[in-house]
Design a protein around this ligand. Structure first.
Ligand code: SF4
Length: 851
């Protein structure tokens, strides 16, 4: 018998900045995905998103050919047109009239080609990336403090520390495998303490010895207060080894502010623990004073010398798989390449000479927010967007969408149709994860290969190939790479030149194609010796004056456990949609009561920038006066769930990173006349005031609501599902405002619609499981007698629902994580659901207070 299985291919996860190694094994039934036990980032672990990667490889919705004006084209015509329009625009309006806007999803090779073309040949630095929205304030903070954008520590420092402080980071949901490493270390060594600093009680708080629910925006004040105490206790051991100590201390003393919570225990822990890691993420970076917040953290580590040694140091956790690679390549508007400086003539000259380019950008270009403003006012005439959808991810997303519509010439490279590709003059089909090869760098500076294991679908190509094609057509030499390896070899050689100029990023000696940490220090860490990349070699402490917080109802934005960005990939995996299937807003019970918001009802969340309609989740995880909403939903799956439309996104003055976590909003009940739930074996697009769709294994489901009910439900359902001739069964209860409708073909249930005057209460999973099965005589929306409703999915890998878990805890079968895993399988695979399992255990096993 022929063996149709193959050897596993080593590659890297395409989602978050943890950068987990993956083994992909092609087989007769498709590919299987497993964690790579030999990869030093994850040692075989994967989170729910990584584990479900094989489910996301379908062809549905993929862009297969270039499009010009919405019509199919060949690559040559498309590239000719792009080259012609960019050349003409540059000739007419100058190099700064064009721009590239990329993504932390791009591979290092793509970034390298784009940066070389724009900075070295067009002669502008108008190249920026959605990484600007993610960690630009960390880059700026590093450069101010260290003289270079260098992450000092390693993942293993989380395990070696005695205290890990997580600031503005929901590590449990956003970087799950790093969280699991921390959790395992804490379980093995309970003396390792964890502090979470976050206005919200996130899933990560589950393992925290201390949670500080600070007032939003008061982070800098907190770190200033710590610095004052560090000095008072005589812990400022590097006072004379770093610059700016006294100025930073004076600013800290002057800028004290109430953080909304008692800091005593935290300060005591931090001061008394030498091995301390402070990890921070978007909660720090996505602020209009993000760089100051970063430096306020770095100040405390520099003052104490707790940096670059085992188990200690500040640690910026990056959001995207190759945000770090983009930083190394120079894919930001204010950087050059290989940690060389755009401001240094010698650096520019060396890079120009290496590229043999006719010119080189000599000043910073437009950053992300500025690019779209420049389109609005006509300074940018031609834009190429690669691997990102700014109509969702940018602040003031509606305004950005209008700007793109007004752009003279817009090119978009993507794997699927998005709000950006739909507005583009030329669309290029990009080869995604699995169909392209190259490299990514994770949060700890580890470069890993991403390898193709499938042929490109249709005419899809890697971004570097498209960029090289355009560059060659613009008449530029030096873009005739044979393959991605040749691009990477050139990048490595350039980094060798950078090394001779004193840059720390020199990978010219990197050999082989295995995960490799860059840096020339024996233990892989930087700055433990007190030597930095500044002119005088000293680290710099920065005087930070905290900003005042806004008093209005404040919207905090973020991510959910099982989705990634705008869901173009994770939204394809049914099991990832089973956890949370529609956009929501978390509201504190006091605010909900005050504003008349009912649990599971809908709220209109609005301000002068935009409006969203979101499902109300009443919870005390969010403090009074604050609300939280996730960022993932788009016009394709929930048009009124686009949270980016509400965010003004004032940029940080140093880094240009917009404040994506800061918006003042008002909330009011969305007065729906009817609510509905629909499920169908075939795709459908609802048309009503509120809708949100999600895939399940047998089709598509949707939550619906409208301000006026249709005149005829049966007609409505037939049109909605595209089943004009199906056999309909309708049950209505006018007195209770209920309606249940099924449509079947040949005795098979093809679609179901449930509507009510209140949010529809039924077992969604039961209804979804019935689609495609023999049509029942009566559609109840409840499990058959004798079978329990599992409830919403908690464990995505094993499909274990909340009701099942609660029942097992309630009847005493399970009392801890181990027994939940043994009895139900919950949490026994990727472990991403462990925070929720622990929370359920904690709530249900709480001792009942005696009367
Ligand atoms: Fe991918 Fe999850 Fe690892 Fe992040 S933690 S790289 S999403 S598997």
């Amino acid at each position: 018998m022929k063996d149709t299985t193959s050897q596993p291919i080593r590659t890297t996860c395409p989602y978050c900045g943890v950068g987990c190694g993956i083994l992909v094994t092609p087989g007769p039934e498709g590919v299987t995905v497993a964690g790579d036990p030999d990869h030093p980032a994850n040692f075989g672990r994967l989170c729910s998103k990584g584990s479900a990667l094989a489910e996301t490889l379908g062809t549905e919705g993929r862009l297969l050919t270039p499009l010009i004006g919405g019509r199919t084209s060949g690559w040559d015509r498309a590239l000719d047109l792009i080259a012609r329009r960019f050349t003409r625009t540059i000739a007419e309006y100058g190099p700064d009239s064009v721009a590239f806007y990329g993504s932390g999803q791009m591979l290092t090779e793509d970034y390298y080609a784009a940066n070389k073309l724009m900075k070295g040949f067009v002669g502008s630095a108008n190249i920026d990336t959605n990484s600007r929205l993610c960690m630009a304030s960390s880059v700026a903070g590093h450069i101010r403090a260290f003289g270079s954008d260098t992450v000092p520590g390693l993942y293993e420092d989380f395990e070696l520390a005695d205290l890990v402080v997580l600031v503005g980071s929901n590590l449990g949901w956003c970087h799950p495998v790093l969280y699991q490493r921390l959790l395992a270390a804490k379980e093995a060594r309970p003396a390792l303490r964890v502090v979470v600093i976050d206005p919200r009680r996130t899933a990560t708080c589950d393992i925290a010895d201390l949670h500080l629910p600070i007032t939003p925006g008061s982070d800098a004040a907190l770190w200033n207060a710590l610095l004052v105490e560090i000095d008072a206790r005589g812990l400022g051991q590097w006072r004379n080894r770093v610059a700016g100590y006294d100025e930073a201390l004076a600013a800290a003393r002057a800028g004290s502010r109430d953080c909304g919570t008692d800091l005593t225990a935290f300060i005591e822990m931090w001061c008394s623990t030498e091995r301390v890691v402070t990890a921070y993420s978007q909660g720090i970076n996505q602020s209009d004073s993000g760089t100051d917040k970063v430096n306020a953290i770095l100040n405390c580590h520099l003052a104490t010398g707790r940096i670059g040694r085992p188990g200690m140091g500040p640690f910026s956790v990056t959001g995207q798989p190759n945000a770090m690679g983009g930083r190394e390549v120079g894919g930001l508007a204010n950087t050059l390449t290989c940690h060389l400086s755009l401001d240094d003539p010698a650096h520019r000259s060396a890079v120009q000479s290496f590229w043999n380019s006719p010119r080189i950008a000599s000043r910073p270009g437009l950053k992300a927010v500025e690019i779209f403003e420049a389109i609005e006012d006509g300074r940018i005439k031609a834009l190429w967007v690669m691997g990102t959808n700014p109509t969702i991810s940018m602040p003031e997303a509606d305004r950005v969408a209008r700007a793109l519509e007004s752009c003279d010439f817009l090119v978009a490279s993507d794997m699927v149709s998005t709000g950006t590709t739909r507005r583009a003059d030329v669309v290029l089909p990009a080869a995604p994860w699995g169909e392209r090869s190259g490299h990514v760098t994770n949060s700890e500076r580890r470069i890993s290969p991403q390898r193709a294991f499938l042929p490109p679908l249709g005419l899809a190509r890697a971004d570097w190939q498209a960029i090289a094609g355009v560059a060659q057509r613009m008449g530029f030499a030096g873009f005739d790479w044979a393959d991605a390896d040749a691009v990477f070899a050139e990048f490595k050689a350039l980094s060798g030149v950078a090394g001779t100029l004193g840059a720390d990023f020199d990978i010219s000696g990197l050999s082989g194609d295995v995960p490799a940490l860059w840096g020339n220090r024996p233990d892989g860490r930087f700055f433990g010796d007190g030597l930095f990349h500044t002119q005088d070699g000293r680290g710099r402490m920065i005087a930070v004056t905290p900003r005042a917080a806004t008093p209005q109802m404040r919207l905090n934005t973020g991510r959910i456990r099982d989705q990634w960005h705008s869901m173009t990939r994770t939204g394809r995996a049914p099991r990832l949609n089973a956890h949370i299937a529609e956009p929501f807003v978390e509201v504190h019970p006091k605010d909900a009561a005050r504003l008349g918001l009912a649990p599971a009802g809908l709220a209109a969340v609005e301000n002068r920038h935009g409006r969203a309609i979101l499902r109300v989740l009443v919870t005390d995880r969010t403090a009074p006066g604050q609300v939280f909403a996730p960022i993932h939903w788009t016009e394709a799956n929930a048009p009124s769930g686009r949270v980016g439309a509400l965010v003004p996104g004032a940029p940080d003055p140093v880094s240009g990173q917009p404040a994506l976590k800061e918006a003042s909003v008002t909330l009011s009940p969305f007065r729906a006349a009817w609510f509905g739930f629909a499920a169908s074996a075939r795709p459908f697009t609802p048309a009503c005031d509120y809708w949100a769709t999600a895939r399940f294994a047998g089709g598509l489901r949707a939550e619906l609501a409208g301000t006026a009910p249709p005149s005829d439900w049966e007609d409505y359902a037939r049109t909605l599902f595209g089943l004009p001739g199906a056999e309909a069964a309708v049950l209505t209860d006018r007195a209770r405002g209920l309606m249940r409708l099924s449509l079947s073909e040949g005795g098979i249930l093809m679609a179901a619609l449930f509507c009510a005057a209140q949010p529809v209460a039924l077992s969604r999973k039961t209804v979804c499981d019935m689609i495609g099965q023999p049509a029942p005589a009566i559609l109840t929306g409840q499990p058959p007698v004798g079978r329990a409703d599992p409830g919403p999915t908690v464990c995505a890998c094993l499909g274990v629902g909340r009701n099942t878990i609660r029942d097992a805890i309630r009847d005493g079968r399970c009392g801890d994580l181990g027994s939940l895993g043994r009895e139900l399988g919950a949490g026994s695979s990727c472990g991403s659901c462990k925070p929720e399992l622990r929370a359920l255990l904690a709530t249900m096993l709480e001792p009942v207070p005696s009367a």
